[in-house]
Write a protein that binds this ligand. Structure first.
Ligand code: C5P
Length: 261
């Protein structure tokens, strides 16, 4: 991370935290090409520090998009949602760590052995990313979970997988705004909670179901907010981003320690 210390998985908590609004907003670059993604980055004109590269963009543009963002001085959340046997996930993390992303996702449902292997692979990589575990995909409701043999509620399953991830040495989670308060209270102040599903008041909801305003998500305990279309599809993306940053700043405590979150 450029503006926060890098975390070491499994090592208790140095204080890391996004202390300014600009360090807490991650813009999702959901574009099919590097040129479109970088055009948006340029339109933002430095208003935003963080960008998320997901599978659509990464599979189209490859490592060069991560490099291009880093060359511009940005922080990168590489959202690859890795899920495979432990040896393969560890190898994937070692490969991708050389690129220097700041945040990287793995699926918590890969289980403790896979998660521990992932955490070790990061610890063994110089400047490895901070891992975030994805618990239950927000597209999974009760019926979807039951169809794959999970009879517990989505909320209980999220908490179960979150605890497995944390016990395996993972320091961050991706979660919906609905889950932030529960996870923050169950897991304490030092876990990074990265939250998509953010919609400023009055914005198009699109296909998101469990949503919150930037202020509500931060107040509930989110460390970072992931925002895509409300910024990328806005007539003036920089103005839209500035408005979200203002809202984050308004509700944020002037913090310098995670324990203050
Ligand atoms: O455009 P929007 O703000 O809905 O984009 C949210 C981003 O966060 C997208 O890249 C989406 O894939 C991602 N995401 C999500 N819900 C999750 C995990 C990731 O919306 N549970």
């Amino acid at each position: 991370m450029t503006s926060t210390e890098r975390l070491q998985p499994g090592i208790p908590a140095p204080v890391v935290l996004p202390s300014e609004a600009r360090e807490r907003l991650i813009v999702a670059l959901d574009f099919p090409s590097a040129s479109e993604a970088l055009a948006l980055v340029d339109r933002l004109g430095g208003v935003c520090q963080w960008f998320k590269v997901g599978l659509e963009l990464y599979l189209a543009a490859g490592n060069s998009i991560v490099q291009a963002l880093r060359d511009r001085g940005h922080s990168v959340f590489l959202d690859l949602k890795l899920y495979d046997i432990p040896n393969t996930v560890a190898g994937a993390i070692r490969s991708v760590a050389a690129l220097g992303p700041d945040l990287l996702t793995v699926h918590a449902s890969g289980g403790p052995v896979m998660l521990q292997a992932a955490a070790k692979a990061v610890a063994d990589s110089p400047n490895g990313p901070v891992l975030l575990a994805v618990t239950v995909l927000t597209s999974m409701d009760d019926n979807q979970l039951q169809s794959v043999g999970v009879t517990d509620s989505p909320a209980n399953q999220v908490l179960r997988l979150a605890r497995v991830a944390v016990a395996s040495g993972i320091r961050g989670l991706v979660c919906s705004p609905e889950e932030v308060a529960q996870l923050r209270s169950a897991l304490g102040p030092e876990i990074l909670l990265v939250t998509p599903g953010i919609r400023p008041a009055g914005a198009e909801v699109g296909d998101q179901k469990r949503i919150a305003t930037p202020g509500a998500a931060i107040t509930a305990g989110a460390s970072y907010l992931v925002v895509g279309r409300p910024i990328t599809q806005a007539p003036d993306p920089a103005a839209a981003a500035r408005a979200i940053l203002d809202e984050i700043a308004t509700v944020s405590q002037p913090v310098s320690k995670t324990s203050d979150l």
